[in-house]
Design a protein around this ligand. Structure first.
Ligand code: SF4
Length: 242
């Protein structure tokens, strides 16, 4: 009796992703790569529900219609769209993109093989698999603080944070939505050894971002952190697809 042959791996035409938006070339607006030319893959779905979320159309199906806001696309179609754009950097965001990590990995592998640089933006609650880590240049990890309104047990997942820190490819970017967020950030940094830390103001209007940057500059310097603007908001306001 012979062992049954293993089923062939599904092709990139068969594996699908839930996609909210594909857009670019545009400018990465946040964190260490701010200002760099990039394309964005925004995936649908999130495991959190932050009160100040600026992309609720990726997950809040009580307010938005998934039939309008989300498409199921083959990995190959997403890959072809990206490779048809003249950009070195690919930012994969959400929602929470690591919800789909098993289906995201073949896309990341194909992009890395094509010489693209990949950043994944994640809320830090899901540990990525090794096969995905190998393909990624950086994880922009954005754990949510109390100002998000999400209970701490859902938004801070120690094992996932430690796994992301352990990749050696993570930066930790915190949206400051309330003054008390700064003290919580300092506690989390000490507890989990998070570094480097970037702080960023909340805001989807240029005036709010500028005001937030001014308020955060001195505390950021005092704590030894880095400060991120929201360049896309300063340039384009709250336009989608920017
Ligand atoms: S984790 Fe991000 S996408 Fe999800 S609800 Fe919070 S801000 Fe929105």
């Amino acid at each position: 009796m012979t062992a049954a042959a293993a089923a062939p791996a599904p092709t990139n035409a068969e594996v699908t992703l839930r996609v909210a938006e594909l857009f670019g070339p545009t400018l990465q607006g946040e964190g260490p790569s701010a200002g760099q030319r990039a394309v964005f893959v925004r995936l649908s779905g999130c495991n959190l529900d932050c009160g100040w979320c600026d992309t609720p159309y990726t997950w809040d199906w009580a307010r938005f219609d998934p039939a309008q806001e989300s498409r199921t696309l083959p990995v190959q179609a997403v890959l072809d769209w990206i490779l048809g754009r003249d950009t070195d950097l690919v930012v994969i965001t959400g929602g929470e993109p690591l919800i789909q990590h098993a289906r995201l990995t073949p896309l990341a592998q194909a992009l890395a093989a094509a010489g693209r640089r990949i950043e994944i933006e994640t809320n830090g609650t899901i540990a990525p698999p090794d096969r995905l880590i190998e393909c990624v240049e950086r994880f922009n990890v954005s754990p949510k603080l109390g100002g998000s309104g999400v209970p701490i047990g859902r938004r801070i997942r120690p094992a996932a944070l430690e796994a992301l820190r352990g990749t050696g490819k993570a930066v930790f970017k915190f949206v400051i939505g309330a003054p008390e967020d700064l003290a919580e950030l300092a506690d989390l940094q000490a507890r989990f050894g998070l570094a480097p830390v970037w702080v960023m103001p909340q805001g989807t209007h240029p005036a709010d971002v500028v005001e937030g940057l001014r308020a955060l500059a001195e505390p950021t310097l005092a704590h030894g952190w880095n400060l991120s603007s929201r360049l896309h908001v300063l340039v384009w306001g709250d336009q989608r697809g920017r």
